[in-house]
Design a protein around this ligand. Structure first.
Ligand code: MEV
Length: 286
């Protein structure tokens, strides 16, 4: 059986959300497609290569199979992944592949899991790989739409986005980097999280106000820089975009990955236009 799940953009609140603060997140119209076929052995095929269970090359899919097989007895499975979401770029490729794999496994082995149960397994997988995670990414890949977290309040996003991909990074590493900074400067870092929290709540209540959202994008980016998850390359690009009249920030863990901003009449050169996606995980026709 074949399933798919969307990627996401964190508009506001990454990193702070790991420590209980708000985040504003939207699913996007790029999806990851996973086919699962019952087999005698485990085989995982993706643009990263062909492996059996391999926690280095295919960590999320391998842990997804492991977690699934704790719930349902399976001898083996062939998994084939085709993704429109750039890998390790902050656009939620890991959560999308995890959620789509679990949904495809559920359909192939007739386990009858609800989406809530799939989300719970996906959150365990994220913790297996990252050690620390908010669960926001698997939530969005499961349900689609745009949400203020943790209230789970639906938000309607009235514009499209542009994204620029600066290459892949490790979410686990960036989350660990922020954890280390917090340990060394706990009061200061907690206040940065509080500031991110405040601007995220403000953004959710003024989502139609384009100018305010752009201002908050710039403030959030400065705070992410203070947390040490920006890079000289990102800072330079954001300054260049500013000259062109676009505001942008990191989306996701940072350290590389993607930056995003709001689409105007046009999008910046060498950027990709993405839009809000309503639909979460789903079964595809095989
Ligand atoms: C990663 O897309 C977002 C982070 O906030 C980590 C998480 O929420 O688990 C950096």
């Amino acid at each position: 059986m074949r399933a798919s799940a969307p990627g996401k953009i964190i508009l506001f609140g990454e990193h702070a959300v790991v420590y209980g603060r708000h985040s504003l997140v939207s699913a996007i119209n790029l999806r990851c497609y996973v086919e699962a076929k019952e087999s005698k052995e485990v085989l995982i095929k993706s643009s990263l290569g062909v492996t059996s269970l391999d926690f280095k090359i295919h960590p999320y899919v391998s842990y997804a199979i492991k977690r699934f097989s704790e719930k349902a007895k399976i001898d083996g499975v062939k998994i084939e992944i085709k993704s429109e979401i750039p890998i390790g770029s902050g656009l939620g490729s890991s959560a999308a592949v995890t959620v789509a794999t679990l949904k495809a496994l559920d359909a192939e082995f007739n386990t009858g899991f609800t989406n809530e149960e799939i989300l719970e397994l996906a959150k365990l997988v994220e913790l297996d790989v990252q050690g620390r995670a908010s669960g926001v990414d698997p939530f969005i890949s499961t349900y689609g739409g745009a949400w203020l977290i943790p209230e789970k309040k639906r938000v309607v996003i009235p514009y499209d986005f542009f994204v620029i991909n600066l290459g892949s990074k490790s979410t686990a590493e960036m989350v660990a980097k922020v954890a280390k900074l917090r340990k060394r400067h706990s009061k200061t870092v907690e206040r940065i999280f509080d500031a991110i929290d405040a601007l995220t709540v403000e953004a959710a209540s003024k989502i139609d106000d384009y100018k305010t959202i752009e201002e908050l994008i710039s403030i959030n980016q400065s705070l992410l820089r203070a947390l040490g998850v920006s890079t000289p390359e990102i800072d330079k690009l954001i300054a260049e975009l500013d000259e062109l009249g676009f505001k942008a920030k990191i989306t996701g863990a940072g350290g590389g990955g993607c930056i995003f901003g709001l689409k105007k009449e046009k999008i910046p050169p060498e950027s990709l236009q993405v839009s809000y996606e309503e639909e979460g995980v789903r079964i595809e026709d095989s």
